[in-house]
Design a binder for this molecule. Sequence first.
Ligand code: HEM
Length: 374
Amino acid sequence: MATDKFLSCDQQNISSAFYSPTWLRLRRNLTYNILHTLRIKSFACARKWALDALINRLKSHSSSYEYHHTKIREHIQHALYSLFAFICFGEKLEDKKIQDIKDLQRRLQLSFDEFKVLNLFPSLGKFVFHKRWEKLRQLRQDQEKLMVPLIKARKENRKLEEKEIVALCSEFFTGGIDTTSTTLEWIMASLVKHPHIQDKLFKEIKGVVSDGEVEIKDGDLRKMPYLRAVILESLRRHPPSHFLIPHTVTKNVVLGGFLVPKNSIVIFIVVETGRNPNVWENPMEFKPERFLNNGDFDISGTKEIKMMPFGVGKRMCPAYRLAMLHLKYFVANLVWHFNFNCFGEGVDLTEKHEFTAVMQNPLEVQIAPRLYVQ
Ligand code: HEM
């Protein structure tokens, strides 16, 4: 599919129920600006804080040299909520506050399907689907109650209205956490299912990092092509979003001989693109090596579109670089600190659709600390 077909599309998402098209355009620019600043600031200390919390939680499930088992989804999610709360509010929040934010965001995200209809006819939908509109409004009020005090504490440096900042924070929590934590769980599942790949990754890390190092930082991550290949292969094989946000065609487009009329809604199927046997050899096989012989694989789809876990074109995920950094950081540090093994009957790759496409049976692992780190 040619990229220009993407360029003639625009997105429709739940925020349209709240905001005018002008504000939505502004919000996109704001998100870009904030993400640009984030990349520059890098938030290394936020990442380290979240990683420490994750490692401590996992350590409590593994004593010195013995194996213990745990489901890792809960721990990964907690770490990512800690990281994003730090990014949004600029401080290390206590566990209870992080749990409150998580509970609220989960309630919101798991109700998204119910709210989609409001977006189809924004002004009429509020009356016709009054109860759903009230539920959505209540959730936003709960968000404001929880986040405004945190924002007030930081407000002196910012020029936006508090309610606008709540919307942006919500955008970050909603867009950034489930996608990243689900991807992390799938990556760890593949590393547990294929111990030789975990070993190869560990060897790569060991070749770059000195023994006894407690944290692998950005500079080192850039020297690990196999790590990047593992992450890309997981995003191809298990993209957390199976579909893009619905797009609207802004002009008549002929695609494969069919006319897609202006204003029709188009759903792009991400998962099929990455598993297309005409493009990928043995697509269901987990084989990071396919990304090693590929030069610097272009995930943004600028030159060609072979997969699109972050979307493609002008509406692609504005945070894909930040997301790749988070994924590399957590995977490398986890594998550096612990050996992850299969627990019970093996890794079940069945998918289930929640807000993202998660593992139907959460990954349960045996973990043991590696000897290289104290
Ligand atoms: C593995 C991690 C991630 C994946 C796979 C992912 C994937 C996506 C996809 C597929 C879209 C829709 C693109 C389209 O419809 O064309 C999207 C949009 C978006 N993502 Fe991400 N994302 C990830 C991480 C993040 C993070 C960390 C943030 C924020 C910090 C974020 C913020 C957003 C926002 C704000 C949008 C909506 C953009 C718009 O309205 O145009 N995402 N993402």
